[in-house]
Design a binder for this molecule. Structure first.
Ligand code: PGA
Ligand code: ZN
Length: 425
């Protein structure tokens, strides 16, 4: 039975307001959840309710979402008993009444949903990953670490948003993180040696001005080798160009470097040549969310070779994923709880993906908090890989630390996913 629900406005890692929910069960168990926030958001994401009052945080306040929790949701949920996470989440969806959580806000609903999950798990003396995924949760993910930031996440001249390393050639998660961090530190000295900036972007990756987008991959490969690892065998590359941000009048605009316009066909050719040339195992949002024709071509061209992930394309939305499955677009889906707004709907989308042999790639947002819910979710669903930052910034590192705790706790039952976590690897 839910005793008390209280929300408040806190700050995320960019210093923007976000929602925190504190929930108490009648048996005394308490839990807290904090909601993340994206910058390169998909058009079809559930509504993140912001106040729009320019006198507070430039309009970004979340007092309305907070009030919706403290009045409407608290009034309807406090003192009530729910038989499952699903029952609670669907009751909140009903109270919102819109198709995209525009009335109460996905940030309001998700805060309650996550806090309730955590409280229920604690109440049953069960780890959160087990509450979310059952007793079969055992797989520790390959951490895809975003060590060069560009696009909307950094003020440099790199068009593509994320250049990640996947240190898959390790025996354990903890060893994998060690390898990744060693490459991160080596990259810092490689960049310094070339006279480049070593300041970091929103997700903790370096954000230098470079001669080209290709150079981002080249310096990372140099860092992998200099750190003592074999590119491809031990450490591979993953990319999220976040192409929806470049989409303009049916073309892709290299908006931060040359300003050049590139056709959808030429983008597919670019990814084909990059995947031939470099040890890339995963490409997320290689094309824009409204370029479904292009996505079909891209999937045909390289979908048999690497993992093709839809982020803005699917928005963790079951109905949109179903369309993708039908049209044979992508072979993996990015999972972000706040794109859809409840734990239950997130798990339903994951179930649909798995049923159709799509992979699930769990993700943080560029605006994060120290809440490590996604670490438990990743193990809970045996996702095998996640992206949650680079080798620095506490709000990202906390997820890695939580995964190391889980690995420790599982002991000999834990298994590290390794390279085969990636589709076609
Ligand atoms: P976002 O970026 O959180 O700013 O949307 C992450 C992503 O595009 O994967
Ligand atoms: Zn993305």
């Amino acid at each position: 039975k839910i005793g008390k629900i209280r929300a408040m406005e806190i700050l995320d890692s960019r210093g923007n307001p976000t929602v925190e929910v504190n929930l108490k069960l009648e048996n005394g168990t308490t839990a807290r959840a904090m909601v993340p926030s994206g910058a390169s958001t998909g058009e079809r994401e559930a509504t993140e309710l912001r106040d729009g009052d320019k006198n507070r945080f430039g309009g970004k306040g979340v007092l309305k979402a907070v009030a919706n929790v403290n009045t409407i949701l608290a009034k309807e949920l406090e003192g009530k008993c729910f038989s499952s996470q699903r029952e609670l989440d669907y009751r909140m969806i009903e109270l919102d009444g819109t198709h995209n959580k525009a009335k109460l806000g996905a940030n309001a609903l998700l805060g309650v949903s996550m806090a309730y999950a955590r409280a229920q798990a604690a109440s049953a003396a069960m780890p959160l990953y087990q509450y979310l995924g059952g007793s079969n949760a055992y797989l520790l993910p390959v951490p895809c670490m975003n060590i060069i930031n560009g696009g909307k996440h950094a003020d440099n001249n790199v068009d593509f948003q994320e250049f990640m390393i996947a240190p898959h050639g390790a025996p354990t998660f903890a060893e994998s993180i060690r390898m990744g961090v060693e490459v991160f530190h080596t990259l810092k000295s490689v960049l310094k040696g070339k006279g480049y900036s070593t300041g970091v972007g929103d997700e903790g990756g370096f954000a230098p001005d470079l001669k080209s987008n290709d150079e981002a991959v080249e310096v990372i490969l140099e860092a992998i080798t200099k750190a003592g690892y074999k590119p491809g065998d031990e450490v591979s590359i993953c990319l999220d160009p976040a192409s929806s941000e470049m989409w303009e009048d049916g073309k892709y605009k290299m908006f931060k470097s040359t300003g050049k316009l590139v056709s959808s066909d030429d983008m597919v050719k670019l990814w084909e040549s990059w995947t031939d040339q470099y040890p890339i195992v995963l490409l997320e949002d290689g094309l824009a969310e409204n370029d479904w024709e292009g996505w079909k071509n891209l999937t045909q061209a390289i979908g048999g070779k690497i993992e093709i992930v839809g982020d803005d394309l699917f928005c963790t939305n079951k109905a949109i994923l179903a369309k993708g499955i039908e049209k044979q677009v992508a072979n993996s889906i990015l999972i972000k709880l706040n794109q859809i707004g409840t734990v239950t709907e997130t798990l339903e989308t994951i179930e649909l993906a798995y049923k159709n042999s799509y992979n699930c790639f769990v993700s943080h947002r560029s605006g994060e908090t120290i809440d490590s819910f996604i670490a438990d979710l990743t193990v809970g669903i045996n996702a095998g890989h996640l992206k949650t930052g680079s080798g620095c910034r506490g709000e990202r590192i906390e997820k890695f630390n939580q995964l190391m705790r889980i690995e420790n706790e599982l002991g000999s039952a834990a298994k590290f996913a390794g390279k085969k976590a990636f589709k076609n690897a």
